[in-house]
Design a protein around this ligand. Sequence first.
Ligand code: AMP
Ligand code: MG
Length: 345
Amino acid sequence: MLTQRLILTGDEATDKPLIQQAAAIIRAGGLVAFPTETVYGLGADALNSEAVRRIFLAKGRPAWDPLIVHVDTPEAIRRYTRDHSVLTERLIQTFMPGALTLVLPKREMISEVVTAGRDTVAIRIPQHPVARALIRYSGTPIAAPSANQFGRPSPTTADHVLHDLGNAIEAVLDAGPTPLGVESTILDMTTFPPTLLRPGGVPKEAIEAVIGEVRVVGSVASEGEPLPAPGLSARHYAPKAKVLLCVPEPEVFYGTLKDALSQYAIVGGLRPEGWRVPDDPRLRIFEWGAWGDWETLAQRLFAGLRTLEAEQAHAIVCPMPPDEGLARALRDRLQRAAHEEPTRH
Ligand code: AMP
Ligand code: MG
């Protein structure tokens, strides 16, 4: 199958027929990758079990790892889920559309293939105009995980999607790089207080300002520990290179790069603006952005890992963001990207 790249320009008149073409593919049970404000998603009709099964096959995603359902209105959330608390309604009003996913009890029409057999469903309203138009023209909720091979860094451009899934899906809507660059925050509303399952685009502090205390499960589960949520594997978002995290100080970054150069033939670095690096032809540098500018660093994180991987780096050195605000999402993704698989015998 030849994956079609449908290039959008931001001009509504020329984009509309392309998005309608993509919607027709979704309605026919096909797979379309599309931009959201977080990362590119791999979409299928959430009410069509066969179509949803194809998502798992294309990504190599295990069937026990449930998908997020994307809808375009609060009414649609009410249509596909049950038991809304006052807190849920407040979150919908404040953060939707946006990078917040809520886990809620599901109604019957949402396929068990989507939820991996659970009686809850993860659901959100994306903000990206292309994602919203695609959902509207499809006339159906769209199940969509990130449009990458399972376990790899998430895709923030159509090129990333085609690199991982080219010829395994019908089409990709190309609207350029995604604005946020990290996935949505996932909040489980079936517990009290609600449980933060994955840090993401909406910081915990912003959520707590609206609904009060939120419970946080242990960040990265170590081997043998039960996962805080299905699919939150310790190793994830990982490039082929080994990811080496360091204390976020310029001198430590420099020293870690030096050490890495003594152990690996080619070394990559995600460099915060202005930080010094060793002078070595075996070093590949990705200019990441100003340290502390978490919006920019989030937007460029996955592209940085993929770029350095493509430049054949065997190890990638990266300073560790702090445990606060949007930086918490970067920290989470980097910890998982750096996690070692247990040795298999
Ligand atoms: P992705 O779409 O690749 O960003 O992954 C979505 C993640 O959402 C999954 O890996 C799960 O961790 C989480 N998730 C989806 N549905 C549920 C659910 N019903 N209960 C708990 N977590 C969920
Ligand atoms: Mg994913």
